[in-house]
Ligand binder design. Sequence first.
Ligand code: NAI
Length: 266
Amino acid sequence: MTRTYVVTGSASGIGAATARLLRERGNVVLGVDLHDADIEADLSTPGGRAAAAAEATEHAGGTVDAVISCAGIALPIAKTVSVNFFGMTGFVTNMLPALRKSSAPRAVLVSSMASLHPNSAELVEAALSGDEAKALAIAEGLAADEVTGNLIYASTKRAISRWVRRVSVSEDWAGSGIPLNAVGPGIVLTPMTADLRSDPASVEMVNQMVPMPLHYHQPPESIAYLLIWLASEENTHMAGQTIYCDGGSDAVLRGDDIWSKYELAF
Ligand code: NAI
């Protein structure tokens, strides 16, 4: 059955691969991006997010079956918070009315294995509280220093994975029958990582931070296939998960026991 998908970040990398595969499979895809998209919008601003959601809903005729949010940047600047956290969470929340009209609505956000990396707890909490001005002020402070600036991207991804876990079981999402999940890629062969992969010293650093024993750096399609399944009708009961599709870096870095710390006492 043909479904209608809204894919952000559709002009490049993971979003472009996802949009292409969905179209090849006969679906209707509305791409959202700064340029070269069905809906050209800047998701870094509240106005841009609202306009993009309104336009996507109108183009879709009121009903959207799934939202796949890929748009993001990986720079040590405050704007990364506005695009990666508030851009994704704001846009997908704005799409709720159109999703609720679908008979099998789904939403998936692209987090990262960087959600496991060192981050700023203060920035993560400010993002989760929904206070964009406060989060931006904290990020400006971090960006002023080269070392702390590098915490910004990981903080946005930790916040995305925690937000998905938190809201996926709320009345808005699970209560409306909408599975909401995230994916956590490793190093993907897209323009975003071109500089990182361009010289031996940075490749060595990246490989230490993101060890990928299974098949090494991954093509965008490796994430697109997962996003497509999570956004499909076949996914009926998954809620709040970040699925690490990262060549094994989560398993290498966190090891075999990620449960003991959180034993439940009944
Ligand atoms: P990319 O740079 O190839 O594509 C990102 C797209 O987002 C671009 O088309 C860009 O125009 C769009 N975009 C950026 N700012 C925007 C804004 N303000 N409004 C609307 N669109 C905007 O990057 P890639 O690699 O495809 O990344 C996609 C997602 O995957 C991002 O969220 C990234 O953080 C995440 N990710 C990427 C990894 C990688 O190794 N490439 C690893 C883990 C996560």
